[in-house]
Design a protein around this ligand. Sequence first.
Ligand code: HMG
Ligand code: MG
Length: 283
Amino acid sequence: MTERVEIFEVGPRDGLQNEARLIPVEEKIALVDCLSLAGFRRIECASFVSPKWVPQMADSAAVLAGIARTPEVSYTALTPNLRGFEDALAAGADEVAIFGSASEGFSKANINATIAESLERFRPVAEAAVAAGVPLRGYVSCVVECPYDGVVAPDAVARVVAALRDMGCYEVSLGDTIGRATPESIVAMLDAVLQEMPAERLAGHYHDTGGLACDNVEASLGLGLRVFDAAVGGLGGCPYAPGAAGNVATEAVAERVASLGYEHGLNMDVVAEAAAMARRMRG
Ligand code: HMG
Ligand code: MG
């Protein structure tokens, strides 16, 4: 039987959050509606963060209210604190994510907290999600390199992964936030992380600044990972990671995993339509 790889579509969130032009809510809804027909199981389309920090995501509730939901799809949102969690639930998010960092510099720049403070802030969110039966995902940023602190030690990543696991995250997504990883540095990082969490509960979230994201996906497949975050059209970047390029393109990951014999279950005509739409949305 052909083995399955899941691509977790993050374009409407990670892809669009960094666009300078304020994209009208109708355009965001149209993108999510198109993606809903492509065969994804999970689409990240909202982020309940401070609108002062990320203005582009201020209309997240309107996006969730306006989309035509496909029952097979889980529509997910970032929630940095309890307020974000409550707003996400009220807006109808099916799943939420807390997002930490393996490096102090990025943690401070992105969420204005040390790593330890951020974990304390996530705890009530995690407790509320677990109590409400809402699936909780975790992110760790800067798993290989940080734009402020430089190279990040694999053990530092493993420690944050363990903390997110203990809070109840069913899956932790490992972010090469600035897209500087190589297959070698990804393998070294995963060797440490796999001591804390099995490959079935990890996802690769690779940005493509260095053009090696698909090679990093391939290296991760070799260590058992089967979920990868990607954005149609290679949209994105992070407002608090200067110089970082977009997420690896969904269509590139799909092509790579298919060439290696994995099934991704996506309708590539619909993905191509969404990618064209995403590219038109770019400033
Ligand atoms: P803070 O300034 O320390 O916190 O920000 P605060 O509690 O003092 O709040 C500041 C203001 O935000 C207040 O408003 C709050 O009410 C408001 P004011 O009194 O000044 O008018 N506020 C909120 N508003 C709406 N929704 C909320 C919320 N919380 C507070 N949930 C905070 C701390 C975490 C809020 C802020 O730093 C923040 O929002 N950061 C988000 C940054 C972000 O979204 N970055 C991009 C996502 S992460 C990423 O892209 C990486 C990833 O893709 C993986 C990878 O690639 O590595 C996931
Ligand atoms: Mg990202």
